[in-house]
Ligand binder design. Structure first.
Ligand code: PEP
Length: 254
């Protein structure tokens, strides 16, 4: 982490927890952790639990995010949710381009670019997920793959929007596998992403962007990851589902 950027700890609950489960989790974590002044905590429950999550937000520093959205404002898109609908129920962030969306649901860089732009247009901030699969890492293509994903997501965004974006580097081989990137492997890619943003905009914009690491983040590896200068937070799946482990992840380096 770097003191000039506020760290962000995000929970991606995927297809877990009902509204009732969400209320009890949110009550407990806020009671046990208290207000967060020096870090932001973002919870992304399923769509059906967003309204319940919003109603029980009490402590400073806690926010809610959706896990996905469509890029259009309205229309004949059965089963989809528009960014303005998410903003209306109190979301401040939307996850865009998670590897499960890319690989299971066939989302392309172009769809992700349109989603990121429409999230900004609706007054929220996209958390854009990027990352290479194992074959790409082993073939030495990590920087090419991640660089292209970052460039495409930023395509068409103004510098003012770009400096607010959150990028989550999530090597696909580390998601849900228990196999984390080492802090050095993660830092190397985070520094590369920041450099790429600097080349597209400028150094000031690049220095403001928060870049999260995701992929089997756990209580026993969070402090080492967060000690790296370009890691500004974590995006957590499995370990965000239990109050005790998520509390520890919020309290990194304390
Ligand atoms: C994720 O799905 O974004 C993720 C990082 O999952 P996990 O922490 O379980 O690897």
């Amino acid at each position: 982490m770097n003191p000039s950027r506020k760290p962000l700890v995000a929970a991606n609950w995927k297809m877990h927890k009902t509204p009732g489960d969400t209320v009890s989790f949110m009550d407990s974590i806020q009671k046990e952790t208290g207000p967060c002044e020096d870090r932001e905590v973002v919870i992304a429950p399923p769509f059906t639990a967003l309204a319940a999550a919003k109603q029980v937000l009490k402590q400073r520093g806690y926010k809610i995010s959706a896990q996905n959205c469509h890029w259009e404002e309205k229309g004949a898109f059965t089963g989809e949710i528009a960014p303005v609908m998410l903003r209306d129920i109190g979301c401040e962030y939307v996850l865009v381009g998670h590897s499960e969306r890319r690989h299971i649901f066939g989302e392309t860089d172009e769809m992700i670019r349109k989603k990121a732009a429409s999230v900004f247009k609706a007054g929220m901030v996209p958390i854009v997920c990027v990352g290479e699969v194992l074959d790409e890492r082993e073939a030495g293509k990590t920087f090419d793959v991640v660089g292209a994903q970052v460039s495409e997501a930023l395509n068409g965004l103004s510098a003012t929007q770009a400096e607010k974006i959150v990028i989550a580097y999530e090597p696909v081989w580390a998601i849900g596998t228990g196999r984390t990137a080492t802090p050095q492997q993660a830092q190397e890619v985070h520094a590369f992403i920041r450099e790429r943003i600097g080349a597209i905009y400028d150094k000031e914009v690049a220095n403001r962007v928060r870049i999260l690491y995701g992929g089997s983040v756990k209580p026993d590896n969070v402090d080492a990851l967060m000690s790296e200068p370009d890691i500004d937070g974590t995006l957590v799946g499995g370990a965000s589902l239990e109050v005790s482990s998520f509390k520890r992840l919020i309290q990194f380096l304390k």
